[in-house]
Design a protein around this ligand. Sequence first.
Ligand code: NAD
Length: 508
Amino acid sequence: MIFGQGVPPANTTEYRITSRTAQEGRTVMGETPFFGHIIDGKEIESADGARFETVNPWTREPWAKVALGGKPEADLAMTAARRAFDTGPWPQMGYAARQELLHRLGDLMETHTDELASADSRDMGKPLAQCRHDVARAALNFRFFADHAKMAVADTLPSDSGHHVYSRFEPAGVVVAIAPWNFPLMLETWKVAPALAWGNTVVLKPAEDTPTSAAILGRLAIEAGFPEGVFNVVHGYGPNSVGEALTKDPRVDRITFTGETGTGRIIATAAAQNLTPVSLELGGKNANIVFADANLDNAVDWSIQSIFRNAGQICLSGSRLYVQRPIFDEFLTQFVAKAEAMKFGDPLDPATEFGPLASEEHFTKVKGYIDSVQEEGGRIATGGVGHGWVVKPTVLVDMPPGSRQVCEEIFGPVVVIHPFDTEDEVVGLANGTPYGLDAQLFTENLHRAHRVSARLNVGTVWVNCFFIRDLRAPFGGAGSSGIGREGGNFSREFFTEPKAVVMQIDPA
Ligand code: NAD
């Protein structure tokens, strides 16, 4: 690690620059990697030099050190982002110039796929192959939103009164993006890319369990040539730390948050004090419905992906699986066999399909649900707790409808399977939760597919598939799963101030 000369920031606090470029930020062999904050175009330590360790859930050993920020670093990043928006070139640069820089960042991300993917894999234990897929998706986020902002068409309204009316989408200002740990880079870029493409400046706070890919992204943004202060990354915790300071700051124009429903409520309360608009992508307890007329192999394969990919740590996972009675036994047999055949191992092994949970704290939470299965009146058909922070692909049957396992988001590789008889019954079961993120539905009957999709109170319905994301489509949840939608024009509407311009054509 190369340490540069210290350059004090605008206020009285001393900040030590750790590296100015991605190249300098590279780890020297044998050293514990260090990741600083990326603020105002520089990688820096915290003012007090505080650091925390990020732990590899497979080895259960720390693998990197990260600058631990607090209120002063949140303030510094906010000041930089505010200045870059209010007086810097970024908002006025135009879509084409921003598009070029965002594509350059996408190129650099692809060149650094190994580094980014192994950072996420080490931080949270996600299999490397899945992390590589996430990097590709993350780079695509920059490409898509850069192009979308350039090509989006705004309304022009013919008017009978001799006026010409059209809409403009002005950048909103400074965007705070707060991310969870389950898809670190992919979800961060989902927020950062449209925010930047529409001319905003950004302060990103990655989750404390998965900070390193965000720091690498910040280094790459410096290398790509982003103006200072346009994209900032501050590491730290939520309550009484960076997260809280950022969400309470009156200089913020938009807050985009993905995480737990309870945290979403706290952030919405903080934002309300400044009337800051929020976009909240929150938890889910999603229904996966398999009708007797489904293509069984397809339904089993997607249902396995839906609950066991990323060790079930997916907000969208189909954790309540409802299978129509005529095929219930056959489905369960095939599903259990495929769950047991998943290739478990070191997440850094490219062949691994299934790894440990992301942290000891999260493992303890998920284990609690497994330990109480019997007491709640249910049965484990397969799975249970493994070595280390591992929960095996776990299938629960006979769980009573009011049990914790059926009602609460476990956020792990644990599925409850129930038989059902009628379409009305299963729609009632699917909608019988405060959440409303998504649902999956397997049937070969076209009428039923449309009919049931319309009746499900969720943000996304996947029919005969899962996890396919079109960035033009709305994404978000109903009820306790969130507020607002992102994607395509939905992101534009959130990250801009839409404006009507009314122009007289003929004074006569
Ligand atoms: P979390 O709410 O604990 O943390 C998310 C982020 O918020 C972290 O960066 C954390 O530091 C920060 N934070 C925590 N308290 C804060 C506060 N008071 N003020 C400001 N920031 C604060 O969530 P998590 O455990 O990281 O992620 C798992 C949750 O995320 C699950 O509930 C999952 O369903 C949800 N999730 C939802 C989506 C979606 O698209 N709807 C996607 C992924 C994950």
